[in-house]
Design a protein around this ligand. Structure first.
Ligand SMILES: Nc1nc2c([nH]c(=O)n2[C@@H]2O[C@H](COP(=O)(O)OP(=O)(O)OP(=O)(O)O)[C@@H](O)[C@H]2O)c(=O)[nH]1
Length: 312
């Protein structure tokens, strides 16, 4: 039976590096869990109207300029919710708990140690990941790799996947270690296209599992404080990725691509419908150009991923 979702407007209110949270109260579901303020969207209301109303009612602040961050469908035992998560830096007044709830500002690192309702994992990932994901392409030698990487970092890209099909595992590990400081100094994160064992030998931030690796696991194969990316092409792979606790998903090919000419492109309509059912950030891959970023976001993507567009 198709379950109906309750539409919930959820607001990530930001001030410089900090985010405003409130603590759910004893009489509520998820008591003593932190949450991003918000609540049920009333009939006839837009998400933005619901957010403005909730922030006045619950926190006593006027807010404006809400921008979509991520949409999260989630089935709790007694209720199914669709969290429409928006963010804004624009508010007037000092947020305070008008309904007796504790309200506090936290920086992004502190968020990781807090207890949230389960559905919020995808919000935390969306806040952590940027909107461009660069995948390494061809390089002639180690110097060439570092030069191409420097350009990616200089372009402000914060998420990079080391994918080097011609190298063996030890060489990939070595390449990762040689470049990790430059990546971290630029405030970026490195994903290894490889195995959990390889991750353990480096200071990389996570692994990107290829679609055919996803089925080798029954549960999350790496620690919670590392990032698990999953590469997928269809519904079955997406479900497996979620089963093993992927923090984010790459879905491809969205558009026809020269690197995989044999694969039929999903197209934006199918991509958008699939993303609607996925509770973690999804990057669009396949035929992506920088100018497609907005189109990707309008179709529900966290952002776009590409090899040739970013690595040259
Ligand atoms: N505002 C907010 N709601 C969230 C978050 N995460 C999350 O799963 N939810 C869920 O979305 C619903 C929010 O609805 P609500 O805010 O109108 O409900 P409520 O406080 O009266 O709590 P209730 O669930 O006890 O009815 C709850 O089921 C809540 O657990 C979040 O970060 N912020």
């Amino acid at each position: 039976m198709q379950k109906t979702f309750l539409d919930i407007a959820v607001g990530v209110l930001r001030c410089e590096n900090e985010i405003c949270l409130s603590l759910r109260q004893k009489h509520q579901s998820h008591a003593d869990h932190w949450e991003f303020p918000g609540g049920k969207v009333e009939a006839g209301e837009s998400i933005e109207q619901a957010l403005k109303r909730e922030f006045i009612e619950e926190l006593g602040v006027e807010t404006d300029n809400w921008e979509p961050l991520i949409e999260i469908p989630w089935h709790y035992e007694k209720v199914s919710v669709r969290l429409h998560v928006y963010q804004s830096y624009d508010f007037d007044g000092t947020p305070h708990g008008k309904e007796g709830q504790l309200v506090r500002w936290f920086n992004q690192t502190e968020l990781k140690a807090l207890t949230f309702p389960e559905a919020n994992q995808g919000i935390l990932s969306a806040l952590e990941l940027g909107d461009r994901y660069a995948i390494s392409g061809k390089f002639s030698d180690v110097e060439d790799f570092s030069a191409k990487l420097a350009k990616v970092l200089n372009d402000g890209i914060k998420l990079i996947q080391l994918r080097a099909k011609g190298l063996d595992e030890a060489e990939v590990v070595k390449l990762a270690q040689e470049n990790i400081d430059a990546i971290h100094q630029a405030g970026a994160k490195l994903m290894l296209n490889g195995t959990p064992e390889m991750l353990g030998q480096t200071q990389a931030d996570g692994i990107q599992l290829a679609s055919n690796q996803l089925f080798a696991y029954d549960a999350r194969p790496i620690a919670q404080d590392k990032l698990l990316g999953a590469s997928t092409h269809n519904q079955e792979e997406v479900e497996q990725a979620l089963k093993i606790g992927a923090d984010f998903i790459l879905l491809s090919p969205v558009l026809p691509t020269a690197t995989h000419p044999d694969m039929e492109a999903l197209g934006w309509d199918v991509f958008r419908e699939m993303v609607k059912a996925i509770p973690v950030p999804v990057f669009a891959l396949g035929g992506m150009k920088a100018e497609r970023l907005n189109q990707g976001k309008q179709n529900g993507a966290q952002g776009i991923a590409a090899i040739s567009e970013f690595w040259n």
